[in-house]
Design a protein around this ligand. Structure first.
Ligand SMILES: Cc1cc2nc3c(=O)[nH]c(=O)nc-3n(C[C@H](O)[C@H](O)[C@H](O)COP(=O)(O)OP(=O)(O)OC[C@H]3O[C@@H](n4cnc5c(N)ncnc54)[C@H](O)[C@@H]3O)c2cc1C
Length: 484
């Protein structure tokens, strides 16, 4: 950073550069030098008793999983759908989320160290005044909470981070359920919220996925001959595939963690709560999912093949639920363009996948969820996109929806349409009260243009910490144009 300051070179730090769907390794502005921290792969500290790990930027989910396995440490990796080759540190810094009990990955961060724009090092007050160990154990430290300044910002380059890990519980299960009719969505949202309030800690999180989204995980994208004039799946085809693959209008996927007896009691509560709303309610442990896969493989013909595919996806989802990273979610990026994909080591950016995430927050109220679903169903096809909707609980008051805009990157018209479509969704959604928790690099400028007071604070902080605007300029907290 001292060299960058001398030559006034703006830089953009990446850890593994796999920020797929949000810009991958791309910086927000042009003429920026990438600082690739991927080779910093040390696990600097691990406390097996208290479960705190300190990692460098290049430590991936896969590396952390191997480290924990090798040492026989029964802790979960904070996994995401992005798979084993993504940085644990960068995902937390981006405030990514997953499905293990610490779903909100930045909330598990206790301490970090960063290089500032002038080359000096930021260490937390507790690390300096108390002890580095206390800093690793107590996220709030003492005095102003600076750690948060470094997430979704360019206020520094984070070189190490401490994260508290969750011990693998005695029992981890998933609960699957279907909503046989779209009209049951409101009632399901109400029940989900109640269960999240009543079973904190045991019920990890709940995902609701529409039929389109589940099809994208289970069935190949149909041939061009089956698509409508806009190149999209017509509703009757979606229904027909739903019947063939046994996929209801909505599918719920919830995680349960705890002692066996507690999980068993929670199962009863869940059954009771979903009476008359959820059908085909099923609780599965990893072992049961394994049996199901083996069984489905033995079924003859098309039925066996279809069920086998669903069971395999389910089996690997259960691995994820236990904090073991895998690539089970990545094929989604290849789905619409029907791109060939490797059996492992998938890299949607390098493999040419067209994907932009629209990830708005939605209050967990039935009416708000319905408004959002209607909005997404109406707008996405108009933008030439399949309406693939997932709602993931973020605590008991909010969902985040991750809507992938999938397109064929080889088709320049489709690529431009996807880019303008994303900006349209963010702006139109904003007017309805929905705004993303995280943005693609292309959306940063429009986001900054929506800020005044906030931008002014960011600008003053920037002036103090990075007066030459060197680190990740224009990203989330850019300098106000008038201060440049
Ligand atoms: C199918 C699919 C499923 C996905 N599922 C999920 C999911 O479940 N949850 C989720 O959160 N994401 C998901 N993603 C999105 C994304 O791929 C992941 O979030 C991924 O972890 C981000 O890439 P990375 O870890 O390599 O971060 P990087 O690309 O290395 O970093 C991301 C950004 O963070 C900043 N940054 C990185 N390192 C530093 C540093 N050391 N100091 C300062 N700033 C830094 C930079 O601005 C950088 O551009 C998914 C993507 C796909 C395609």
């Amino acid at each position: 950073m001292r060299i960058a300051a001398e030559f006034r070179l703006a830089v953009h730090p990446i850890s593994t550069g796999n920020n797929w769907g949000y810009g991958s390794a791309l910086p927000t502005s042009d003429c920026v030098t990438l600082i690739d921290l991927g080779a910093l792969q040390a696990i600097l500290d691990f406390d097996p008793e208290l479960g705190v790990v300190t990692v460098e930027p290049g430590v991936t989910q896969g590396m952390l999983a191997d480290f924990l396995d090798r040492g026989g440490h029964d802790y979960m990796v904070p996994v995401t759908g992005a798979g084993p080759n993504c940085s644990v540190l960068a995902n937390a810094l981006e405030r990514g989320y997953g499905i293990t009990p610490h779903a909100d990955h930045f909330s598990a961060v206790t301490d970090l160290e960063a290089v500032l724009a002038d080359g000096s090092i930021h260490r937390s007050a507790l690390a300096e005044a108390g002890s580095p160990e206390l800093a690793r154990l107590f996220k709030w430290g003492i005095g102003p909470y600076f750690t948060g300044l470094f997430s979704q910002s360019g206020f520094g380059i984070v070189t190490k981070m401490s994260i508290v890990l969750v011990r693998r519980p005695q029992c981890a299960k998933v609960c699957l359920f279907s909503l046989a009719d779209d009209k049951l969505l409101e009632a399901a949202v109400q029940r989900v919220r109640r269960l999240l309030v009543e079973l904190p800690g045991t019920l990890g999180g709940v995902n609701l996925m529409n039929r389109h989204r589940v099809l994208a995980m289970t069935a190949p994208y149909p041939d061009a001959s089956q698509l409508d004039a806009h190149g999209l799946m017509p509703p009757d085809l979606v229904e027909q595939l739903g019947r063939a693959y046994q996929i209801a209008p909505w599918t719920g996927f919830a995680t349960l963690y705890g002692r066996r007896s507690v999980v068993a009691a929670a199962q009863k509560e869940i059954r009771r709560a979903f009476k008359g709303v959820g059908s085909r309610l099923l609780f599965l442990s990893p072992r049961q999912a394994g049996w199901l896969t083996a069984l489905a493989r033995r079924l003859p013909g098309g039925m066996g093949e279809r069920l086998g595919r669903s069971a395999t996806t389910l089996n690997s989802s259960l691995e994820l639920v236990q904090g073991r990273p895998n690539e089970t979610a990545l094929p989604l990026a290849y789905w619409r363009a029907r791109l060939p994909q490797p059996a492992a080591g998938r890299n949607p950016a390098a493999d040419g996948c067209g994907l932009l995430w629209y990830a708005p927050l939605i209050p967990m109220r039935p009416a708000d969820v319905r408004r959002f679903v209607n909005f997404a169903r109406h707008e996405l096809p108009r933008l030439g996109m399949e309406p693939l909707i997932t709602l993931t609980s973020q605590g008991d008051r909010l969902f985040d929806s991750t809507v992938p805009l999938l397109f064929d990157k080889r088709d320049s018209t489709a690529s431009t349409a996807a880019s303008t479509g994303l900006e349209h969704l963010i702006e139109a959604g904003r007017r309805l009260g929905f705004y993303p928790y995280r943005l693609h690099v292309q959306s940063q400028a429009a986001h900054l243009a929506r800020q005044t007071e906030n931008a002014s604070v960011a600008s003053r902080l920037r002036q103090a910490l990075d007066p030459l605007d060197l680190i990740a300029p224009g990203r989330y907290a850019g300098r106000h144009p008038q201060d440049r």
